[in-house]
Write a protein that binds this ligand. Structure first.
Ligand SMILES: Cc1ncc(COP(=O)(O)O)c(C=O)c1O
Length: 493
């Protein structure tokens, strides 16, 4: 119901109530009118409300409506009946100014939010070339429905209650087993924490390990969600460049900005696509140990390897690495499932377990149980195998289309695994303008420069997702992108 206009004290009791159905019942309108008048001070504290008979006559409504409204106001504490009638009570806080409900200026928020920059505009997941979206139309919905059904059939009053705050034990165990085989991660189920996707897992690392003002390294260009999580934890963010071998931390970086947290995507740098070399992995682990820093290893899309030898996770590279391993089912299953996980080093888990149990509440228990069944039955591996083949095909088709039809100078990066390729363009092809133009044609590539905190001229290009786009579409789409890029270049001249 929209707020009625302000009425002075006399009009309050004389101007008629609306008779149309949309305005609500007489009682509701009268209640709202009197309550607002009390809150904005036009009915003064201690003043007496008209007798119910007089008010009913003045407003041409039933006396019962007035009595019921007065009783309602009394029950809420706005008025008090006494021997002389019904009086407005003294509110302990000063009466709110007129125009109640209209904030004086911008709503007050935490200063840290100022550091969180707008991302690319929201587009539907089916917008072609959008990075990070898996092949949702190929998801085996029937098999997943079966897993959910089985979880619900086995449900009991106990499983409808709160579960283990760190996640359902069968899922934690299934993840630990799967990661050992697929990614070389060394862990037990007790080290696995279920989170609402990788994003919540990154936020958890910040909440567990960083104090306000601590330094967090992020890859530049890099994943915006990690920066947002660090900003939200009041961390000081230091961008560290990435090159063809991934995160490239210099001795100066360690000396000038020793980090508490280092966020990295070693198996497929997001968005530039490099694989962190083994030499850099070992050096990063050694330096992190020396400086008491923690590495957050985001292994978001490594299940889809397309070329070369598999590179295992950093987490399993050496014993007791200071690495928190993060994974997600957003790419391997579907993003709205909101299931991801965090693997904590054993000694760290021993220290933070109590805090985690108090901070978290678990939840989505039946989806977690269904996911555990999906993994244990082998359906997950079969689905991954099918998707790996599909993405490999799509990537090859996109590469071919780029080679044949992208008629501007470019270089293709990445492609070792995952769901996107990155195309670098010379600076005269302004990537943000091309991305904005593309969006007008329902294409959603992302501008490479929008991932960088301190963009270099070489950070100009397009991040092209191939997960959600059929192979036969790439030719016409790349031709269109090529025209858009040329138009952007011409409009500059
Ligand atoms: C680098 C990176 N990490 C993690 C995620 C996934 O986050 P979530 O599991 O919260 O959906 C994405 C999604 O696009 C990503 O690009």
């Amino acid at each position: 119901m929209s707020n009625p206009p302000h009425l002075d004290a006399a009009a309050l009791f004389e101007s008629p109530l609306a008779r149309d159905r949309e305005a609500g019942s007489m009682q509701r309108q009268l209640h709202e009118r009197l309550k607002r008048a009390i809150l904005d001070g036009s009915l003064a504290p201690g003043s007496r409300l008209p007798g119910s008979r007089a008010l009913a006559e003045a407003l041409a409504i039933s006396r019962n409506t007035v009595t019921a409204t007065y009783e309602h106001l009394a029950a809420e504490g706005y008025v008090r009946p006494d021997r002389q009638g019904t009086r407005v009570i003294e509110l302990t806080s000063p009466a709110l100014p007129r125009g109640l409900g209209k904030p004086a200026g911008a709503p007050a928020t935490a200063r840290r939010l100022a550091g969180i920059k707008p991302s690319t505009p929201f587009t539907t997941p089916d917008a072609a070339l959008r990075p990070g979206v898996p092949a949702l139309s190929h998801f085996p919905s029937a098999a997943w429905r079966g897993a959910l059904d089985r979880a619900m059939r086995a449900a009991s009053p106990a499983t409808l209650g709160y579960g283990n705050p760190l996640g359902e034990p069968p899922l934690r165990a299934a993840i630990a087993r799967h990661l050992a085989i697929a990614r070389g991660v060394r862990c037990e189920a007790s080290q696995v924490v279920i989170a609402e996707g990788a994003q919540e897992a990154i936020s958890l690392c910040v909440r567990l390990l960083a104090n306000p003002g601590d330094t967090g390294w992020v890859e530049d260009p890099g994943y915006r969600g990690a920066k947002a999580a660090m900003h939200a934890g009041d961390m000081r963010i230091v961008p560290v460049r990435v090159d063809a071998e991934g995160l490239c931390a210099s001795a100066g970086d360690w000396q000038k900005h020793p980090p508490r947290l280092i966020y990295t995507t070693p198996s497929h740098q997001y968005p530039a696509g490099a694989v962190l070399s083994i030499a850099r992995r070992l050096a990063l682990i050694a330096e992190a140990r020396r400086h008491g820093a923690w590495i957050i290893e985001d292994d978001y899309d490594s299940e889809f390897r397309h070329t070369g030898e598999p590179v295992g996770a950093m987490q399993g590279l050496v014993d007791d690495a200071p690495v928190l391993y993060i994974g997600t089912f957003s790419k391997t299953m579907f993003p709205s499932l909101r299931l991801g996980f965090l693997v904590l080093p054993r000694q760290l888990m021993a220290v933070v377990q109590t805090a985690l149990e108090e901070m978290l509440r678990g939840g989505h228990r039946h989806e977690q149980i269904a996911m555990a069944g999906f993994i244990e039955s082998g359906q997950f591996s079969r689905h991954l195998g099918r998707m790996r083949r599909l993405y490999r095909e799509r990537q090859q088709a996109l590469r071919l289309a780029l080679t044949r039809h992208l008629k501007v100078p470019h270089e293709i990066d990445g492609g070792y695994c995952g769901l996107h390729l990155t195309v670098r363009l010379p600076p005269q092809f302004d990537d943000r303008r091309i991305a904005a133009e593309a969006l007008r044609h329902q294409l959603a590539p992302a501008a490479l420069s929008s991932f960088a905190i301190q963009p270099l001229p070489t950070d100009n290009g397009l991040v092209l997702g191939y997960g959600n786009t059929s192979a036969e579409l790439f030719e016409p789409l790349v031709k269109r992108l090529s025209q858009l890029a040329r138009a952007v270049e011409r409009s500059r001249a």
